[in-house]
Ligand binder design. Sequence first.
Ligand SMILES: [Zn+2]
Length: 388
Amino acid sequence: MVTSFCFADGVPSTSAPSAAAHAPGDWDSCHACEATYRHRALAKGEKLFCARCGELLDVARIETLRQDGLALALTGLVLLVLANVFPVMTFDVAGAEQSNHIITGVLGLIGQNYAPLAVLVFFSAILAPFLYLLLGSYVLTARCLGQVWPFDFKLYRVIEWLAPWNLVPVFAVACLVAVVRLDLLGTVTWKTGAIFIVLLSLCCLLLEQLRASAGQESDARLRPQTDPRVKRQRAVALVAAGIILYPFANLLPVMTMSVTGEVAALTVWGGVLELYHVGLWPAAVIVFLASMCVPFLKLASLVWLLWMDGKPEFRVGRTKLFRVLETVGTWSMVDIFLLSVLVAVGQLGTLASVQTEPGALFFAAVLVCTLFAAANYDVRMIWREAKG
Ligand SMILES: [Zn+2]
């Protein structure tokens, strides 16, 4: 059963934030459009949507969601350790063999003097997922026990911030594309670590799904505290930087591949064409969508959203568009992860080598700009009237 709940605009949300859960009768306001509403006991399967903007506000049986979330977070932590301990794949060219762990790509990028890329890969494939799962386990354990442990709300805020940086599923796709590409040049064999990466990806995707279906699980203290106008200025600056860097990211080569004497400098588009020409069009489509379309559409959408601030048109659509941007935006990391995997296994001296090129730095910079721009875009601006 799905219910829309009437908002009662103008009624102040005066109640002090409760412990871990809302009591029926508590006033609260929608995180997106700030319309106020009153909590009430929900029937089994019932969902409460904001009547003004359509955001999911509350769901019945939040306890079950928390227990499922805790089980997934703890499983994820174990899988993350296993995924990092075991090698992911081995690459064999003319008898010379190289295997890689997730960290091998990070070290390879440092070795090629591309420390910023190494930091980005390390953070989004190892550190952010680890913190996300660890803090998630902490917060959810407390909430499952019906308690509030120290720093609960601060940590919940950190988890919200970390969520778009937990890119293990994107890393898994990058491994797949890397194998498809390397298979043309030598023999690739999957290793145990790959299984754990796949399982960990599923775990993380399910957790995000749960987080999305939990509505406004938190309470008033979770709302962003920075002035939306300050955040807007930051978002504008980051989008502008992203637009300036975007052409360089696409025109400059991101890597040079040399296999048994054949050297090829590849741009992002060149990589797509190469995959297409050898008949691997599914991989070509993935890289094209993730590396070229997503960053472009994300920048264009952010420009439109910022332009529309204070205007009354398409408010519900703009809110939905922003939610989509938050989830699909990170898929453009595929190319950076792909590079890290290729750098990791492409260290076979004269037989096979992969060298990072400056285009990759521009590409990563565009990505970081769009990620932070989206993080700084405050969805509440859509619902606020323009100041005369
Ligand atoms: Zn709303």
